[in-house]
Design a protein around this ligand. Sequence first.
Ligand code: 0X9
Ligand code: ZN
Length: 426
Amino acid sequence: MLKVFLISALLLLTSQAAKYQRTVKYDNEILIRCPTGVEGMKEFLQRDDVDVWRVTPDGLADIRINKNLIQGTDIILKQCTTIADVEELVQQFENMTASVRLHGQAQQEWHEEYHRYDEIYDWYKELAEQCGERCQFNSSIGGSLEGRVMPAFHVGSPAVGKIYFQCQIHAREWISGATCMYIADSLTNNPEGLDMISKVLDDVEFIFVPLVNPDGYEYTWTGDRLWRKNRRENSGSACIGVDLNRNYNDHWNEGGSSSNPCSETYHGVSAASEPETQNTQSYFKTNGPIIGAIDWHSYSQLILRPYGWTNQDSPDETQLKEIGDEMSEKIKAVFGETYTSQKSIGLYPTSGTASDWFYGEDATSTNGAYRAAGYTVELRDTGSYGFLLPPEQIIPTGMENLAAVLEFAQRLIDDPIPNPNNSHKK
Ligand code: 0X9
Ligand code: ZN
């Protein structure tokens, strides 16, 4: 009996190991932590051969870098400390996820693991089927560069308006897609019977675009776990990928993005040059009016409001700050986690980002009576695991952000932002 168990456990482990086939190794790569205030660091962070994982509000940056590069830039890097070996970090994560799968493949809850593109697609389809009339599954809002379809899922009724969420725009930020599934599941099935959920669903239709970067996401399972961009072959360069979160049609190429295809923040050849950007922009525009929108990222635990491209306050700064601050409070009340609420540019300048586009002129011009409150949420953690967040943190991350989403929705139902172009019409 024991022998049978061991053999089947072994088979399961082999089949699960086969599911994850990384080809890129990070042998010479390390993670360093540097103070952003020191001379020369701002310029250093903008170099195209470094991968900035996060910048904290209090002035620290975590950077993935090849050991050999460090020799040449000694003076700037003197004040940085090495915090991890990247290959070791990734292997740790792989061992963790493999053991979760082995542990209880059959009855393990869906939200205790990360999943592949196909599984996520099927899961949303099934969620909509089981839900019936209150839900809708759109099998494709358009195709990716490599031809994968991008689905959408809707739940609720749009008496006041719609709330739009998009997930997994950055391939390596796996907690983004996982959190969206947790939130979609909770809104649809309301397992705790929360009054607030049924109340909000009477007034708002939630739209999820769960896989904004399907090619990049699959590549994090089959090639490079730390891939960020889409999989565009850039003409004239050997480097692959456009950063979709610098490719939106809002102040495109106005700082905080790169024209070098080898950079992690390469903005592409023109605004919305990428099919994934086009698909999400046009889905948003044909599904209005949208009263609020969130682009889900990781990591750093932040709630970021407009703008990323200018230091000027947006015309709705007071309200947007209040919403962000209150979401942060609601998150804290769940497990005590701190998510800092701030303006995007307070982190670092960016342009052509999704969340600035949600709130910006292009999206607003076709959004009927309202203007969407646009946010970027950076999920867990604050640097212990970063992109390699253990799967046991999916449910807690989902729970605290569900609380934030309900607050977000209720505040916008009570007080949607009028469209300045269009405030007399609904
Ligand atoms: O740089 C980004 O794209 C986001 N951070 S991440 O580490 N997930 O890549 C932050 C974007 C924030 N800025 C705006 N939304 N404007
Ligand atoms: Zn991101």
